[in-house]
Ligand binder design. Structure first.
Ligand SMILES: *[C@@H]1O[C@H](CO)[C@@H](O)[C@H](O)[C@H]1NC(C)=O
Ligand SMILES: *[C@@H]1O[C@H](CO)[C@@H](O)[C@H](O)[C@H]1NC(C)=O
Ligand SMILES: *[C@@H]1O[C@H](CO)[C@@H](O)[C@H](O)[C@H]1NC(C)=O
Length: 187
């Protein structure tokens, strides 16, 4: 008897699900188009100092035994950013986009910022498109890599990697200019 009720209940559930269109799914074959590769080269300006910071501290932990870590981004601190991207290291050179998102200081021993950042372009043929970086960034290494996990607009379904090179850094304030050389595979 119990089994019967269970079966009736389940059928009713299925009927309702289909009737109400709660969950839709359809899978079909996919023939990949020819992929293309795009290289982007730009400079990222991360400014923490007043009066016009482009990255701001959102939260930081209360360290036991006093706040001994004097680095601009002690372990556990979280920053929000809206950093300009330019064609040359000079902050006054042509602006081609902005990097928006956040990074968290996540290395207990090796200075690391884990980035959750969308790099959007506002000029040229990629105006309106963006790429998503979700990666650790070992900031004290001269040459390092970050993973590009996706994109929007002309960078739909993009995958790739950014090669980073610190052009300028002030270790007291944390202000930095970083050269990005991004290789993207997309359709
Ligand atoms: C970029 O796209 C926006 C929105 O479509 C437009 O307003 C703007 O003029 C474009 N900029 C350039 C430099 O093409
Ligand atoms: C580095 O930043 C500190 C703190 O903001 C500032 O006092 C110093 O002048 C800066 N150094 C350079 C070379 O800009
Ligand atoms: C950027 O990366 C490409 C591909 O890895 C490389 O050929 C090129 O020399 C790099 N350019 C710079 C400025 O690092």
């Amino acid at each position: 008897m119990e089994k019967k009720i269970g079966l009736v209940g389940f059928s009713l559930y299925l009927c309702l699900t289909f009737a109400l269109g709660e969950y839709y799914s359809k899978t079909r074959p996919f023939t990949p188009k020819q992929q293309v590769v795009t290289n982007l080269h730009f400079f990222f300006h991360d400014t923490l100092t007043a009066p016009n910071p482009s990255a701001v501290l959102v939260a930081k932990p209360t360290l036991t035994g006093g706040d001994k870590d004097s680095s601009p981004s002690p372990f556990g601190s979280l920053f929000a950013l809206d950093d300009p991207l330019t064609i040359r290291p000079d902050p006054k050179s042509k602006k081609i986009g902005n990097a928006r998102g956040m990074y968290v200081s996540s290395g207990k021993h090796v200075p690391t910022l884990t980035m959750y950042v969308d790099f959007g372009f506002t000029a040229g043929k990629f105006n309106g498109s963006s790429i998503a970086v979700f990666s650790r960034n070992t900031i004290t290494e001269k040459e390092r890599e970050v993973a590009v996990v996706g994109g929007r607009g002309r960078f739909r379904m993009a995958r790739g990697v950014g090669q980073l090179n610190t052009y300028y850094v002030n270790l007291t304030s944390g202000d930095a200019i970083v050269e990005y050389n991004v290789t993207l595979y997309h359709y």
